[in-house]
Write a protein that binds this ligand. Structure first.
Ligand SMILES: [Zn+2]
Length: 163
């Protein structure tokens, strides 16, 4: 069995790590937490980087999850508004909801890391976008003029981005 690290096992390990991160000399940290200088040094060079990396990854993953949830929420609202606007024939609101939903999709893609390499291509073939496109066309079917204008705008934007 390898010898356990007295710093890793220390009940105040987080405070020790924090002190080391802020640049406190390992000698003073050892003194403060009544540890041997050599074990603090060994911990700082051998174990601390892994701890920090883990903490940062966990934090970033949590933050990304939170953002994704928020955008998904926004998207659900936008689609809800689009649906209601469709029922009442409120084209202005429908168009605003469509534009919002499209922005949300782009944001979702970016957050998911899918749009980093080929943003427009991925967006235009994504299932969510195609579904939304079908919803838009369906919503505007009682209004052929508006539908044509929206389709033209969408296709135009797609062509512009792809070229
Ligand atoms: Zn350690």
């Amino acid at each position: 069995m390898p010898r356990r690290c007295t710093v890793c096992d220390h009940p105040e390990r987080h405070s020790i790590d924090e002190a080391l991160v802020t640049g406190a000399p390992y000698r003073s940290v050892a003194k403060r937490f009544e540890l041997s200088e050599s074990s603090v040094y060994r911990h700082k060079t051998g174990h601390l980087p892994a701890h920090l990396l883990k903490a940062r990854e966990a934090k970033e993953a949590a933050r990304a999850d939170d953002l994704l949830d928020q955008v998904r929420n926004l998207q659900a609202h936008a689609l809800d508004i689009l649906e209601r606007a469709e029922e009442t024939g409120d084209l202005r609101t429908a168009l605003a909801a469509i534009s919002q939903a499209r922005g949300n999709l782009e944001l979702l893609g970016k957050l998911a890391g899918e749009l980093d390499e080929r943003p427009q291509v991925n967006l235009l073939v994504s299932t969510e976008w195609l579904e939304l496109r079908a919803v838009i066309i369906g919503a505007l079917s009682p209004h052929p003029g508006a539908r044509e204008a929206v389709l033209r705008a969408i296709e135009g934007a797609g062509d512009g981005n792809a070229s």
